[in-house]
Design a protein around this ligand. Structure first.
Ligand code: UD1
Ligand code: MG
Length: 500
């Protein structure tokens, strides 16, 4: 059915004392979204004409947060928390005269889905109700308002736990606090509320009694999923709800074709998207806007924030944030990709490599122990083990370019800004401060000098000296005499990066 509510009012003014937190309760997060963010997301699925969030405690923080995550929602401040009825009244004062249905939900009930709200709306309309309550049957109803049904099956009253007799307390059908109201019935009922109850509050639940007094039908939609009615009051509940939400998300992705080796240790935010045949190994956390394309494998033990992973790529034991990992690229183990790190197709970032704001071109490799910052590494280039791009001089950051199919020898420092041309080499151990032309080899280190007899003179009597003497003796005894001195001047050996 397509009935849209005139308004959804989300109640989020309460303090949440039991969280024992310096931030408002509804800003605590699960699965990458705040409690109130979950409430607003579910509400928005109803496409209401108005979406109003009642705030109170921590109002500045909550309002700023909602501006960011749900700019379409308006906030209204309830100065004092005088009860749920008062809260809804404050919201209605700020809205134009409404015609149709008003849905009320809570800002601290994160598992409630838009689907359930739709079902509540449908029940409300098809039953022709003035008020429809979302209820659930629970094992332990302590603390909740109880649903008192008449012989006709209608909801005759909602009685708060504190106001209930033992007979009523024995009822296990509870009020979730989520409702669909006829707008006129709601407005009229709110104007008649009193504080004549054990808590001295204006109870929203009493609107139901006034609706009945006026001859309205009052019904319920019973959900068979009590999790969707459960609020978060402390951090133990927050953890339990987080685990349950995660379990639901994982189940949905597995049904969509994602393999998970260990769902118990896999955590996914609601904002993540996964394609078919993605494989997630144990210990994976996918957060924020992370997107993983078909056939890519992530894990074990990897955390990706706001990271795009291309099809067939592999990420092992790594941490990435704001990175883009191209198709069939290979990352890890122990790689740190920071914002702006882009690996193009088949590129590699290996062990103990940190990359920031840099592009590693198609098939290019940074296989071992490197820092690459503010750089463009061309297609097919090889950055040898231990290479450092010195992008920062203490004042500014500068760009480095390594050309296509170039080769940076191991343990080099590229002092930015520097431009290593396409098809050129840098000798191992160089500190490069000037660029190269295509085809050149840059050697930027002092030439090796071997001092014959040094050990014999300066380390006489040591085991080293004895070893040298023995080796010299063996060489002299060999037919053909002493070996030729190994060529330390062979430039082929200068750029000995490991192209693994
Ligand atoms: C309320 C219902 C109860 C139901 C329960 C479900 C009433 C009188 N009782 O209980 O039947 O079983 O919810 O959880 O409505 N809030 C405000 N302003 C206020 C008071 C509350 O914004 O002045 C918000 C709170 O932040 C919270 C929600 O409303 O998100 C519910 O308030 P809470 O005090 O937890 O509900 P109860 O009164 O215990
Ligand atoms: Mg209360």
């Amino acid at each position: 059915m397509t009935t849209r509510p005139a308004a959804v009012v989300v109640l989020a003014a309460g303090e949440g004392t039991r969280m024992r937190s310096s931030i408002p309760k509804v800003l605590h997060e699960l699965a990458g979204r705040s409690l109130v963010g979950h409430a607003v997301a579910a509400a928005q699925e109803l496409k209401p004409d108005h979406l109003s969030v009642v705030i109170g405690h921590g109002r500045d923080l909550v309002a700023a947060h909602l501006d960011e995550v749900a700019p379409a929602a308006s906030t209204v401040v309830q100065e004092e928390q005088l009860g749920t009825g008062h809260a809804v009244g404050v919201a209605l004062e700020q809205l134009p005269e409404l015609d149709g249905v008003v849905v009320v939900t809570y800002g601290d009930v994160p598992l409630l889905t838009g689907e359930t709200l739709h079902a509540l709306m449908d029940a409300h309309v098809t039953q022709g109700n003035a008020v429809t309550v979302l209820t659930a049957k629970v094992a332990d109803p302590t603390g909740y308002g109880r649903i008192v049904r008449g012989a006709d099956g209608e909801v005759h009253a909602i009685v708060e736990h504190k106001d209930a007799s033992d007979d009523v307390r024995a009822i296990t059908e509870i009020n979730s606090g989520i409702y669909a109201f006829d707008a006129a019935v709601l407005r009229s009922g709110l104007s008649r509320l009193t504080t004549d109850n054990s808590q001295g509050e204006l109870y929203l639940t009493d609107v139901l009694a006034f609706a009945r007094d006026d001859g309205g039908r009052t019904g319920a939609f019973v959900t068979d999923d009590p999790w969707q009615t459960e609020g978060v009051n402390d951090r133990v509940q927050l953890a339990a709800m987080t685990r349950e939400l995660n379990r639901r998300l994982l189940r949905r992705w597995m049904r969509e074709g994602v393999t998970m080796i260990d769902p118990e240790s896999t955590w996914i935010d609601v904002t993540v998207t996964l394609d078919r045949d993605v494989v997630l190994r144990p210990g994976v956390q996918l957060r924020g806007s992370t997107r993983i394309a078909a056939g890519a494998e992530v894990g074990p033990d990897s955390t990706l924030y706001d990271t795009i992973v291309g099809s067939g790529a592999s990420v092992v034991r790594s941490h990435a944030s704001g990175a883009e990992i191209g198709p069939d690229a290979v990352v890890g183990p122990f790689t740190y990709l920071r914002p702006g790190a882009v690996l193009e197709a088949r590129a590699k970032a290996g062990a103990f490599v940190e990359i920031k704001a840099s592009t590693v071109g198609t098939g290019a490799k940074v296989p071992h122990l490197s820092y690459v910052g503010d750089a463009t590494i061309g297609e097919g280039a090889n950055v040898g083990a231990g290479t450092i791009v010195a992008n920062y001089d203490g004042l500014g950051k500068y760009h480095t370019k390594v050309g296509r199919h170039s080769f940076i020898g191991s343990d080099s420092v590229l002092v930015a800004p520097v431009d290593i041309a396409d098809g050129s080499y840098v000798a191992a151990g160089s500190t490069v401060t000037a660029g190269t032309e295509p085809g050149e080899l840059a050697v930027a280190r002092s030439r090796q000098r071997n001092i014959a007899g040094w050990v014999e003179h300066r380390r006489a009597g040591t085991a080293t000296a004895a070893a040298a003497e023995a080796a010299q003796q063996r060489a002299a005894d060999e037919p053909g005499g002493q070996h030729e001195h190994s060529g330390h001047d062979k430039h082929d050996d200068l750029a000995n990066g490991d192209p693994a």
